[in-house]
Design a binder for this molecule. Structure first.
Ligand code: FES
Length: 126
């Protein structure tokens, strides 16, 4: 392994979100934590938790999803979801609130997702 490869691995290890390719993302620091209150996540929309860089959505009543807020195009922070669309203002990419799938480019990869569950009135990363 050359020096550049070693540096690349080290960089990905320090910033998991930046190296994700759209699959389920594991952030040990979020596991088991309440990341949002269900009441703050509207049906058909969602909420952006800026300090965690996470978007929590409720595409249909009672179904909660969570995604990395880092756009898969160039890494800008996406906006709070609205009308079941997560938008990135940097270059206009759009993502589905139910899957994180890129529905409009230039981004082609889905947003990294987190497994979440509703417990009481809180949404928890599992
Ligand atoms: S960084 Fe999001 S569309 Fe370019």
């Amino acid at each position: 392994m050359g020096r550049r490869e070693v540096l690349g691995v080290a960089a990905c290890g320090m910033a998991l979100a930046a190296c994700g390719t759209g699959g389920a993302e594991s952030r040990p620091s979020l596991k088991g934590k309440v990341i949002a209150k269900a009441a703050d996540v509207p049906v058909g929309g969602g909420t952006l938790i800026e300090d965690l860089k996470v978007v929590v959505t409720q595409p249909t009543e009672g179904v909660y999803k969570a995604f990395s807020a880092s756009c898969t195009h160039k890494g800008c922070a996406v906006s709070a979801p609205k009308d079941n669309v997560i938008r990135c203002a940097c270059h206009g990419s759009e993502f589905a609130t139910d899957s994180g799938k890129a529905t409009k480019g230039p981004a082609t990869a889905p947003l990294a997702s987190f497994q979440v569950k509703l417990q009481g009135d809180g949404i928890i990363v599992v």
